[in-house]
Design a protein around this ligand. Structure first.
Ligand SMILES: Nc1ncnc2c1ncn2[C@@H]1O[C@H](COP(=O)(O)OP(=O)(O)O)[C@@H](O)[C@H]1O
Ligand SMILES: [Mg+2]
Length: 379
C-alpha cells in the first residue's frame, strides 16, 4: 500500500485545532508530511501550550487518516510548540513578561475553605527556606486571609520611588514579600468587585509594585470559576496553576471545574497539578492512626482521571489551623511531619514548573488595561 500525501492533506483539512481558527492545513500548522509504504509521519507546529489540545490534535490526525485514507496506516505525529506569530490584538502586547518575575503560580480551588490560602502560605515559606525569592499576591477579594496568615494584617505597603515612579513596596515576613487586596479594603467591608476591576487592582499590585527579583510569585486566587478568574487569567502571564482540593466529593467536583477553567481555549494556563488538603486526620496522641474524614485519596484519583500531576497530600492537623491563625505558617515548625509534607509538596511543584518551562513556551498575551478607575488601590 502506497499512501499519497495529497490524500492525507485532504483528510487533515477536516481538522480544526482548538484556538487556531482555521483547519490545520490552512493555518499552516501542518509543516511536513512524509510517507513511505503504509507509514506516515506528520510534523505539526502548534501555538498552544495546552497538553490536552496537543493530545487531541494527535488523536484526531490518527482518526481521520485511518478513516479517510487507509485504515491500517502506521502514523507518527510529531508536535512542536511555538509561540504564536500572529499580530497581537490592539490592546495586547504579546509575550510581555513581567521584568524580574520568573514564574507566576496561581493557587486555585473550585470551592472555598479547602485550604487554598493555607497551602499558598506554606508553599511560600517553604520555597523561601529552599533559598528561592518568593512573593505572595493575595487576590482573594472575597476573603483575603494572607495578611493574617503572615502576621502582617496591621501593616500597609509603603510607597517607594523606583525609576522616578512611585511604587508600593510589599511588606515582608519569613523571607516572603506580600501584597494583599486586603491592605486596600476595610476589614468586614463587603467587596463586590467585578472581574475587570479586580484585574486592574491586581495589575497595579504587580506592575506598580517594587517586588524586585522573584523566582516565584504565588497568587492566592478567589475560590470559584467566575468572570473574575477570567479577567485575572487573561491579564497575567501565569506560568501554571496549582489546584487545591479536599478528598470530599463536593470539593472534587468544583476542583474539576477549576481545572477545566484553566484548560479552556481562551485561558490556556498549564495546570501544574492537584494538591489534596485535609487528606486525613491524625490525632497527636495516636500518631500512627489515620482517619479519612473527607474520604480517601479523592484528589489523587481526580488527578489520574484528568491526567494531571498529583502534587502531594497535606493532613488535617490542628497545629496547621492554629499556625494559620497566629500568622506563622506551620511549615516553619522544623523537623515535624508537617514541615516534611510541605517540603515534599513544594519539591513537586518546583519540579512541575521546571518540566513546564522545558516543554512549553511562556504563557502569552497580557492585556494592558488602563489603570484608571480603581479607587481601592489609589491610596
Ligand atoms: N491541613 C489543614 N489542617 C488543619 N486546618 C486546616 C488545614 N488546611 C486549612 N485549614 C484550616 O481551614 C480553614 C480554611 O483554610 P483556608 O486556607 O483559609 O481555605 P481557603 O483559602 O481555601 O478558603 C482555615 O481555618 C485553615 O486554618
Ligand atoms: Mg483563602
Amino acid at each position: 500500500m502506497k499512501l499519497e500525501k495529497s490524500d492525507i492533506l485532504k483528510a487533515l483539512e477536516t481538522i480544526t485545532v482548538a484556538g487556531e481558527g482555521k483547519n490545520m492545513v490552512e493555518s499552516g500548522a501542518v509543516k511536513n508530511i512524509i510517507t513511505f509504504g503504509d507509514e506516515v509521519i506528520v510534523d505539526l507546529v502548534l501555538t498552544t501550550p495546552a497538553l490536552h489540545i496537543r493530545k487531541r490534535a494527535e488523536v484526531d490526525i490518527m482518526k481521520v487518516i485511518h478513516e479517510k485514507v487507509y485504515e491500517k496506516a502506521k502514523i507518527k505525529v510529531n508536535i512542536k510548540v511555538e509561540a504564536p506569530t500572529a499580530q497581537p490584538e490592539k490592546n495586547e502586547i504579546k509575550g510581555k513578561q513581567i521584568p524580574g518575575i520568573s514564574n507566576i503560580i496561581a493557587v486555585a480551588s473550585g470551592k472555598g475553605g479547602v485550604g487554598k490560602s493555607t497551602v499558598t502560605s506554606n508553599l511560600a515559606v517553604t520555597l523561601a527556606k529552599m533559598g528561592f525569592k518568593v512573593g505572595v499576591l493575595d487576590a482573594d477579594i472575597y476573603g483575603p486571609s494572607i495578611p493574617i496568615m503572615f502576621d502582617v494584617e496591621r501593616e500597609r505597603p509603603l510607597s517607594v520611588k523606583e525609576d522616578g515612579k512611585s511604587k508600593m513596596k510589599p511588606v515582608e515576613n519569613y523571607g516572603v514579600k506580600v501584597l494583599s487586596i486586603g491592605f486596600f479594603t476595610q476589614p468586614n467591608q463587603a467587596v463586590v468587585w467585578r472581574g475587570p476591576m479586580a484585574a486592574k487592582a491586581l495589575n497595579q499590585m504587580i506592575f506598580d509594585a517594587a517586588w524586585g527579583e522573584l523566582d516565584f510569585m504565588l497568587i492566592d486566587l478567589p475560590p470559584g470559576t467566575g468572570d473574575i478568574h477570567l479577567s485575572i487569567m487573561q491579564s497575567l502571564p501565569i506560568t501554571g496553576a496549582v489546584v487545591v482540593s479536599t478528598p470530599q466529593n463536593v470539593a472534587l467536583a468544583d476542583a474539576r471545574k477549576g481545572v477545566a477553567m484553566f484548560q479552556q481555549d481562551s485561558i490556556n494556563v498549564p495546570v501544574l497539578g492537584v494538591v489534596e488538603n485535609m487528606a486525613y486526620f491524625t490525632p497527636a496522641e495516636l500518631p500512627d492512626n489515620k482517619y479519612y474524614i473527607f474520604g480517601k485519596e479523592g484528589a489523587k484519583y481526580l488527578a489520574e482521571d484528568l491526567d494531571i500531576p498529583f502534587l502531594g497530600e497535606i493532613p488535617l492537623v490542628q497545629s496547621i489551623r492554629e499556625a494559620g491563625d497566629v500568622g506563622r505558617p506551620a511549615a516553619l515548625q522544623v523537623a515535624t511531619p508537617i514541615e516534611q509534607a510541605f517540603e515534599e509538596l513544594t519539591r513537586n511543584v518546583v519540579q512541575e514548573v521546571v518540566n513546564r518551562n522545558d516543554n512549553l513556551p511562556p504563557t502569552e498575551a497580557i492585556k494592558i488595561t488602563t489603570m484608571a478607575g480603581c479607587s481601592a488601590v489609589k491610596k
